[in-house]
Write a protein of this length. Structure first.
Length: 191
């Protein structure tokens, strides 16, 4: 079906905190070893060209064009400037984020697997129709980082200080911290 997500597709990820926690976005240089850009959310998907556009890449050698299944290991490659790096965990979450379960800061890295499995994410679909295990556009997903077997769930946490940004992004030990949907992301087709 045309609505299924496939490896090689380009997407936006909209956070569902408060109904609209913004779009996953790169914004400014990362200040961590091997980091390329800082990651936050923005109020619009195309804040600065392709800063909010992500390509789905298989983490298990599935062919480009193959359907993405709930539970798959994926990479998310940002397309800002042609290569905005791979979504990655790098360094600890801020002390304020750690007080609410935060584990790691999120940046992009120049290459896959900067540090072990630091840029591998397991995608979990909340529900889809039909219920065949495939991920589809407009589905709501959670992304679990596999670094050290406990990288945490991708979430928004705290207002970002980056220009044009909305919320900071980290990983969290809790699957839905405070029942606020901070770890829920809607998959939208990139235009």
């Amino acid at each position: 079906m045309a609505n299924e997500l496939h490896y090689g597709d380009r997407i936006y990820l909209q956070n569902l905190y408060g109904g609209d926690g913004g779009y996953l976005d790169v914004n400014g240089g990362a200040n961590t070893a091997g980091g390329q850009y800082r990651v936050s959310t923005a109020t619009v998907a195309n804040r600065d060209g392709a800063s909010g556009t992500w390509e789905i890449v298989s983490g298990s050698c599935a062919a480009t064009g193959a359907a993405v299944k709930s539970g798959d290991i994926i990479y998310l490659r940002n397309l800002y400037g042609g290569n905005g790096g791979y979504l990655d965990v790098s360094g600890g979450a801020s002390s304020g984020q750690q007080q609410s379960g935060g584990i790691y800061d999120v940046t992009t890295a120049y290459g896959k697997d900067r540090d072990g499995n630091s840029s591998r994410w397991q995608i979990f679909d909340q529900t889809s129709s039909p219920g065949d295990g495939l991920v589809r556009f407009n589905d709501t997903v959670q992304l679990w980082n596999t670094y050290a077997n406990c990288g945490g769930f991708l979430e928004t946490n705290s207002t970002s200080s980056a220009s044009g940004a909305r919320y900071d992004v980290d990983t969290n030990a809790y699957s839905n911290r405070g029942n606020t949907n901070v770890t829920l992301w809607k998959i939208l087709p990139a235009s």
